[in-house]
Structure formats: C-alpha cells, structure tokens
Design a protein around this ligand. Structure first.
Ligand code: GDP
Ligand code: MG
Length: 425
C-alpha cells in the first residue's frame, strides 16, 4: 500500500500534523523532495516538534523513516534536528532512519549563494527561505552536486569537490564579489557533519521496493503544496522541486511502483509564505484577524504568513495536480470566530469571470470573486463527529466539497493528534 500525503495549496496546510496522525497505520514514512526550507509542526503527547528535514514518522515508534533521493540535505541542519529530538527522548538510529545515497548535499556555499542572490535582488526578491535550496537544485541539474553516498570515498570526493569549489568560486567572487570558499573547509565540513550519517546511508530505493513487495504500508510525505511545484506551481514563486504526489515514487527511489492513494491536505482558508500572486489575499485588519486566529507565522522562519479566503480555482487545480482521492480539510476551527466567511469562487481576468486556474503569469491580473457564507460562531475544537458540528460548519464543508469536486474525508479542528473528524462519503 503506497500512499502520498500532499499539499493542495501553497504549503503549511497541516501536512505534518496529518502525517503524524495517519502514520499510525503505516510502517514506513518517506520524504521525497525538498530540503530544510520545510517546516512541519507536530504536536503529540511527547511535546511540540518542528521538523524541517526528517519525515514526520520519526515521532512514531516502530515507523521506519526514509529520506529519498529527491531531497536536498543540509547535513549540519539535520545533525541539529536529530540532536533536538534526542534531547526530547526521541530515538533516531539507522533502524528508524535511512538516507538515500543519491540524495544531494546542500552545501554552505549554496546557502551563501542564496543569501547573496536575495540581497542582489533587493525589492525584487522571491522570498527565498535562504537555506540554499534553489542553488543546490540548480547544482544538481548542472551535475555539480555532491551526493550522500560520496561521503564513503573521501579521496574521490576530494577530487570532485576541488573542481566544484573552483567552479563555484567563479560565481561567489566574480558575480557577487564575496569571499571564496576553500576545498579544505568544505572537506572538513563534510567530514564533521557527514560522517556521523555514514551508518544511515544506503540504497533506500531497494529497501522500499522490498518493503512494498513484502506488503508494508508506505507513506510519502510532501513538503509544500501543489502551487509551489516547480512545473505546475506559480512560477517563479515556486519551490525548486516537484512537490506533487506523482513525483513521490521517483523522489523516493521506487519509480517501478504506483501510488494506491493520494491524500490531499487542504486548508479551510488560504495562507502563503513569500512573494508572488495570491489572489484571495486579505490585507490590513481583516488579514491580521485571520492571521492571529490561525497562528499563521512560519514554522521554519517565524515570518508572518499572508492569509486570505479559501480559493476554489486554486484548490481545484491543486486537487487535480495531486490526483487527490480524498481530502483532509484542516484548521476549520480557526474560522469559528467570524460572523461571515468568504470563499473565493472565481477570478476576474481582463473583465471575464474564470473558474479554471490560469497560467501563472496571468495571475497578476486576476481579481478575486467572493461569495459569503454564514459563520458558526461556536468553538468546534472539541467536536469529534460530524453530528457535533454546527449546521453552518457542515454547510461550509459541503460548499467547498461541491465547489472543488473533492471528497473531504477528514476535518481537522485542532493542532493536536486527536482533534479531527472523519466524515462519511
Ligand atoms: P505543514 O508545513 O503543512 O506541515 O504545516 P505547518 O506545520 O507549517 O503549519 C500548520 C500549523 O497549523 C501548525 O502550527 C499546526 O500545529 C497547526 N494546525 C494543523 N492543523 C490544525 C487544525 O486543524 N487547527 C488548528 N488550530 N491548527 C492546526
Ligand atoms: Mg510548513
């Protein structure tokens, strides 16, 4: 059984929270793309955890976690993330964490490059998390990246790294006028932060293939949402990798397997981190009210997130791109305080009303068309069954279900593990 848990929107839909909940049924949890620009918040009986690189299944005993070939790994960051978990009593060993030899290492000069480029862009910046993600994915496709499996042969690694550093310094010094890095520094870095992971590195594709054939339940955990996918997202305000579920078997190293189930995580309103068009966006006091109610501040960066109404065209597109068979609608409880709840049901583009999500570049000219629904003004965070929900909350769910054509199976009404409702079809 191969299941993908993926984001329908811009990210931060609550994927970490849903993976933590649903992974109780699974034997293996895999991250298949992205790096430590992700921030997945998990709250359970052991405390509150923010995971950037590790699959959310790391918090479940008995679950094997895999960091797939599609990922870019900042080894120093991973080192720190594991230390913090260990301090909280979570065990991380080669038994419950496996790292693909083919995963790429995000280097300190990639982080430097990311920062230098955002500085150069000044007010034209993309809103990068400055964790080196775009530069390292660039290096990967230019075939100038170091992979985790290369840490085993230092002699060979040093030879390759020498050429890479020489090439990278042309950019660092020539383009940005910054201080060059040295091969020695980079080798020291790779030894210091890379070597502790040697027992964890291996052929994770082979492991997963065996696990799938043995009938194990495998969950693929996406970072970010469909609208940040490098191909199908709001380019160039996207991430640098494929976030979509269809990429999961590739980024995990099992392209010979097909997904059995795609579960889309969709937020009951919209939030977006960084720059770029965000059609249903709220501003001023209206935004502040929703931001506060939803605690919309970045898990990785602490930045206030942009917020807005639920966006039907964008979500319907996200559902299609993710091939979502079922949906978990999250953070419905956040909307409890409002008299009326707006939903963006269409866009106006050059005087025409459109309901399909347009080509990214046209989004700049799109204006939201809002419909108003009645609020429920009742705390729903203790509801555990559909019957517990106020009629207006049920109406809101059914409205979204109809407008997006999705099947909403789960409704999350709080951040903790048990705060959810399962709906009948
Ligand atoms: P992810 O990147 O998709 O894993 O999501 P984040 O962790 O970045 O952001 C989701 C935030 O919402 C986290 O702070 C969660 O603890 C919180 N959260 C998740 N589901 C719910 C919910 O149903 N209600 C409320 N109030 N908070 C939630
Ligand atoms: Mg997040």
């Amino acid at each position: 059984m191969l299941t993908a848990i993926c984001g329908i929107n811009w990210g931060d839909e609550g994927k970490g929270r849903m993976v933590d909940l649903l992974s109780s049924d699974y034997d293996v949890v895999v991250r298949y793309q992205g790096g430590n620009n992700a921030g997945h918040t998990v709250i359970n009986e052991r405390g509150k955890f923010i995971l950037n690189l590790l699959p959310s299944g790391i918090l479940r005993e008995g679950v094997v976690n895999v960091m797939g070939n599609g990922m870019v790994i900042d080894i120093k960051h991973l080192f720190g993330e594991i230390e913090r978990l260990r301090e909280a009593g979570v065990s991380v060993t080669p038994e419950n964490l496996k790292i693909s030899a083919e995963a790429v290492i995000c280097m300190p000069y990639n982080v430097l490059q990311d920062c230098l480029e955002e500085e150069r862009l000044a007010d034209k910046k993309y809103g990068s998390t400055k964790r080196g993600i775009a530069p390292i994915y660039g290096d990967k496709y230019l075939k100038k990246a170091v992979r985790m499996g290369e840490l085993f042969d230092k002699k060979r690694l040093k030879e390759r790294l020498k050429d890479i550093v020489e090439w990278k310094n042309l950019t660092i010094t020539g383009v940005y006028g910054a201080k060059p890095v040295t091969t020695e520094e980079m080798m020291d870095y790779l030894t210091r932060y890379g070597d502790p992971f040697l027992p964890y590195i291996g052929d994770t594709g082979l492991y997963l293939d065996g696990a799938a054939k043995a009938g194990k339940k495998i969950m693929f955990e996406a970072q970010l949402g469909a609208l940040r996918d490098i191909d199908f997202g709001i380019y160039p305000y996207t991430s640098s990798s494929n976030t979509i579920a269809a990429y999961a078997p590739v980024g995990a190293g099992v392209p010979n397997h097909k997904l059995d189930l795609s579960i889309g995580i969709m937020k009951a309103y919209s939030s977006c981190v960084g720059e770029g068009p965000f059609t249903a966006e709220y501003f001023g006091e209206k935004a502040e009210e929703l931001r506060k109610a939803g605690g919309e501040y970045g898990a990785a960066t602490g930045r206030p997130r942009r917020v807005g109404a639920f966006d039907v065209p964008a979500s319907r597109y996200g559902i299609r791109m993710q091939g979502a068979d079922e949906i978990a609608l999250t953070k419905l409880d956040v909307l409890s305080g409002f008299d009326e709840i707006e939903v963006c049901t269409a866009y106006e583009l050059d005087g025409k009303t459109i309901t399909e999500f347009p080509f990214s570049a046209d989004l700049d000219r799109c204006k939201p068309v809002f419909t108003k629904l009645k609020g429920w003004k009742k705390d729903i965070s203790a509801c555990r069954k559909a019957e517990d929900l106020p009629q207006e909350a049920l109406d809101y769910i059914r409205f979204i279900e109809k407008a997006t054509g999705a099947y909403i199976k789960y409704v999350s009404v709080g951040a903790s593990r048990e705060a959810y409702i399962v709906l009948d079809k």
